[in-house]
Design a protein around this ligand. Structure first.
Ligand code: SF4
Ligand code: SF4
Length: 86
């Protein structure tokens, strides 16, 4: 079962309780903005998660994964690889 398009584990996200977010794959738009470019891109391409994409890991996804404030030092990329191998 995947939890997000980008590889974030929503079950481990500290915002989930605070915001009542139902998780990336169950929502239309994220709690933090009108749209998430990663979520939109993956869904437009028909991918369950970015690990299924031939461009993985693209610049946009890398930018999110290694963002100084909101990034996770690439953890989500590893998660996408895990999901891909299942
Ligand atoms: S950053 Fe985007 S793709 Fe990743 S969990 Fe949040 S809404 Fe989903
Ligand atoms: S890896 Fe990049 S191009 Fe591929 S679906 Fe994800 S955001 Fe889009």
């Amino acid at each position: 079962m995947i939890e997000s398009r980008c590889g974030i584990l929503c079950g481990e996200c500290s915002y989930q309780g605070q915001t009542g977010c139902k998780g990336c794959v169950n929502i239309e738009k994220p709690f933090w903005g009108e749209r998430c470019p990663v979520k939109s891109c993956a869904e437009t391409k028909g991918h369950e998660h970015c690990g299924q994409c031939s461009d993985f890991p693209c610049d946009l996804l890398n930018q999110f994964a290694y963002d100084e404030k909101q990034g996770d030092n690439g953890k989500r990329l590893e998660q996408c690889k895990c999901w891909r191998e299942k």
